[in-house]
Design a protein around this ligand. Structure first.
Ligand code: CAA
Length: 295
């Protein structure tokens, strides 16, 4: 069965980006959120991103209108019942993900593929919540989704080759470069990225250098587009905290152990760009200022 209709569960930073790239590739895309205000917020972000592409001549104003017409916001899970592929982009909580997949499993046709954008939970666990474990797969995107070329396609011990191949081809159809990975927590990118980010937080804790100089060091010394602390604010301190907790629970090695500073920032609501403060203060978003964290 050809993929024509796509469902996206969640319209936050990642969900809206994923919905945008699906609609841009011509798929009719249903985006489900719990509150209409969250749909409006996510769609406003899509509008801004598409406008940027129009300004840069990457798409025409007509194409932008066509892309927008492919996006349908909804608060009902039932609206996704005719989708050929559903991508969940909800919080990293296995219980919530499993409840959604379990519900959709009962109302979607047999051919519907369930994909998860999880970055650290295992796909096999989600597959077990459905009666179609062969059709459950990982599809992990990177922030900002409209710009980042990579998508990780994850085959669990229960995913069929047919589902994997179809999802891999779908990733390509979005204009992304898919890579194939096993269903280990963190897949390829977070397996390597999370210890690096944790190392940068430990460097702040230990007073190795200032926030700005740690970032400058990695940008100018290694050619990274963003320093690790800017990247942490970009990904979200709360998100990184959750990922580190899940990966530590899985591997039980110190490289994934959550540094006390990460936990404190998470608890203090210093979640990075999304909350206005993290390692930097974004009161003036164009001019972030390093935070005084009392270290
Ligand atoms: N849509 C459209 N345009 C966008 C955009 C979006 N969503 N986001 C940024 N842009 C535009 C900017 O507005 C800017 O436009 P102008 O040139 O007109 O000003 C342009 O893209 C370039 O952006 P910047 O000037 O901010 O700077 P940049 O050249 O550094 O590019 C970047 C931005 C692509 C984000 C780059 O900094 C980068 O690659 N950063 C690293 C991101 C990264 O590592 N992401 C992965 C995080 S890990 C993850 O997501 C997975 C996980 O599980 C945790």
């Amino acid at each position: 069965m050809e993929i024509k209709k796509v469902g996206v569960l969640g319209c936050g930073l990642m969900g809206s980006g994923i919905a945008q790239v699906c609609a841009s590739a011509g798929y009719t895309t249903y985006v489900r959120e719990i509150d209409p205000k969250l749909i409006d917020k996510g769609f406003a972000g899509i509008e801004k991103s598409l406008e940027k592409f129009v300004e840069k001549g990457k798409i025409t104003a007509q194409q932008k209108t066509e892309i927008r017409s492919k996006l349908i916001g909804t608060t009902s899970l039932d609206s996704l019942k005719d989708c050929d592929l559903i991508i969940e982009v909800v919080v990293e909580d296995i219980k919530i993900k499993n409840e959604m997949f379990s519900y959709l499993d009962k109302i979607c046709p047999e051919h519907t593929i369930f994909a998860s954008n999880t970055s650290s939970l295992t796909i096999a666990e989600m597959a077990a919540a459905t009666s179609r474990p062969d059709k459950v797969v990982g599809l992990h995107f990177f922030n900002p989704v409209p710009l980042m070329k990579l998508v990780e396609v994850v085959r669990s011990i229960r995913t069929s080759k047919e589902t994997f191949d179809k999802t891999f081809a779908f990733g390509k159809s979005l204009g992304k470069e898919p890579i194939a990975t096993k269903d280990n927590s963190g897949f390829v990118v977070n397996l390597l990225l999370v210890p690096y980010l944790i190392g940068a937080i430990r460097a702040v804790e230990n007073g190795v250098a200032s926030i700005e100089d740690i970032d400058k060091g990695m940008m100018l010394g290694c050619g990274y587009p963003m320093g690790p602390l800017t990247l942490l604010d970009f990904v979200g301190i709360d998100t990184t905290y959750k990922i580190a907790e899940i990966m530590f629970a899985e591997y039980k090695t110190t490289e994934y152990a959550c540094p006390p500073l990460l936990k404190k920032m998470h608890l203090a609501g210093l979640h990075g760009r999304k909350s206005g403060k993290g390692f930097y203060d974004y009161t003036d978003p164009k001019n972030p200022v390093p935070m005084d964290l009392g270290i």
